[in-house]
Design a protein around this ligand. Structure first.
Ligand code: WAQ
Ligand code: MG
Length: 266
């Protein structure tokens, strides 16, 4: 396999997190990826960037791990209250105790960083105690060094377009969830965007894949984030964080996309 390069973008505005993204590209795709990420940072709906950083690191292709894309399904809802109810139900289905799930969700809704802002990365929450374990609670843990397997790009694009979901939020979140779900001791992930106009979010879990909800927050809200629910008894925290931040991952395999549906009554 040819060389791969990890590309990471992080932008800040007035010392706060504005946006970030991570890719894993061949030499051929490297420049276009950088250009797209710089443009994204400079035209972000969250604000005007004061600082944009791009980091490029060559990755040894022998260390790349391949993981399957999760099955995607949309559970329809009309507003964020209903969406959060369905997300909570999904977290419980995944094995997160109800009180731990609802406390973490309230934290995300209030702005998970100390002081109530958004974090650059995710909260790491222990399912047994609800305790947070990210080494830096203002930053969180940022999954990095991942991308779509080049062999899957076209099939995923066609499949998402057929569902009217071919946008970068969905593509990037599916890849991130694929990496996160492959981590040992991962029970579930909860996410909604911090981009004010993007109201959709998802719960991902090994048992049911990537379950998205069109509304997990009201339009216009600049708060969002991610929670990785972990089983602390099954893992070494250091190994988990190292995997999330450093192991290069390509997500691919069969593309499994289900049509949107109304959830059954609980
Ligand atoms: N690792 C850990 N946390 C991250 C990462 C990462 N690589 N990227 C983003 N986050 C956290 C961070 O706290 C952000 O504030 C928050 O997630 C939201 O990031 O329709 O667009 O890039 O199916 O704004 C999900 C729904 C969209 C897609 C998610 O997130 C769909 C989205 P954003
Ligand atoms: Mg964002």
């Amino acid at each position: 396999m040819t060389d791969l390069y990890s590309v990471r973008m992080h932008a800040r505005a007035k010392n706060d997190h504005l946006c970030g993204a991570e890719r894993l590209q061949t030499r051929d795709g490297l420049e276009a990826a950088c250009l797209e990420l710089v443009r994204r940072a400079l035209a972000h709906e969250r604000g005007v960037a004061d600082q944009v950083r791009i980091s490029i690191d060559r990755v040894d292709p022998g260390t790349v791990v391949r993981v399957p894309l999760p099955t995607l399904e949309t559970w329809l809802c009309d507003d964020a209250d209903r969406g959060r109810q369905l997300a909570l139900r999904s977290l419980v289905e995944a094995g997160v105790p109800q009180d731990v799930a609802s406390r973490a969700m309230a934290r995300l809704a209030a702005g998970p960083a100390p002081g109530g802002g958004v974090m650059r990365g995710a909260m790491l929450v222990d399912v047994a105690s609800g305790e947070r374990f990210e080494p830096d609670p203002a930053r969180g843990v940022r999954a990095s060094r991942m991308d779509l397997d080049p062999d899957t790009v076209d099939a995923l694009g066609r499949g998402l377009a057929a569902l009217d979901l071919d946008n970068r939020h969905v593509r990037e979140a599916l890849v991130l969830a694929a990496k996160v779900l492959a981590a040992p001791g991962m029970v579930a992930e909860l996410c909604w965007s911090d981009d004010p106009s993007y109201t959709a979010g998802y719960v991902a879990a090994p048992g049911f894949g990537y379950r998205r909800f069109p509304h997990l927050k009201p339009a216009g809200c600049p708060l969002g984030g991610r929670v990785f629910f972990i089983d602390r008894t099954q893992i070494s925290l250091a190994a988990l964080i190292d995997y999330l931040e450093r192991t290069p991952v390509l997500a691919g395999g069969p593309v499994r996309l289900l049509p949107a549906r109304q959830p059954e009554e609980a």
